[in-house]
Design a protein around this ligand. Structure first.
Ligand SMILES: [Zn+2]
Length: 186
């Protein structure tokens, strides 16, 4: 027999030495299961679904940047949150994405169990595939609760990851322009 997600949380409470019958915890397994399902809702989404055809013809071949996209994810090693910002840029070749879609792509991959490196790569690959851009750049800066609350307890360290594809990889001028626009270059 398999346990439901709330039943598993009940077992976790017992494993922690808690009494799942005490008043404050009675509804906790249900609530925790619901919260976790929400935090992982990206598993039930696909890029095509999220983009939903919002690709528009455009002559613009200048860099498009969406900066400071709020990001909430869970690290797959400890199931603890990591929280930060994503900056995404691409250079269109005839098609531009609807404004909110980049943020929704970020969210879809963030709402799964992740490590920051893979999250960065998955966002870049998805934007590349959808837009067929001449280049895609993704930078993520995030603080990891698994570092801040346990282990080394480093409260102020931020992890930075980046993936550069196409023109952002080949041209240091393009890369510099992007980093400057998101305030990441000296
Ligand atoms: Zn972790």
């Amino acid at each position: 027999m398999t346990l439901s997600l709330p039943q598993h949380y009940r077992e976790i409470l017992k494993g922690l030495g808690e009494d799942p019958e005490r008043e404050g915890l009675l509804d906790t397994p249900q609530r925790a299961a619901k919260a976790m399902q929400y935090l992982c809702h990206g598993y039930s989404q696909s890029v095509d679904e999220v983009v939903n055809g919002a690709l528009f013809a455009s002559d613009n071949d200048e860099m498009v940047i969406v900066a400071d996209i709020e990001l909430y994810s869970l690290c797959e090693h400890h199931l603890l949150p990591f929280i930060g910002k994503a900056h995404v840029a691409y250079i269109p070749t005839g098609k531009v994405l609807g404004l909110s879609k980049i943020a929704r792509i970020v969210d879809m991959f963030a709402r799964r169990l992740q490590i920051q490196e893979n999250l960065t790569r998955e966002i870049a690959d998805a934007v590349q595939r959808v837009t067929q851009a001449a280049g895609v750049a993704v930078v993520i800066e995030a603080r990891h609760m698994c570092m801040m609350m346990r282990g080394v307890e480093k409260q102020n360290s931020t992890m930075h990851t980046s993936v550069m594809l196409g023109a952002f990889r080949d041209s240091s001028t393009t890369r510099q322009e992007f980093l400057q626009l998101i305030g990441r270059s000296k």
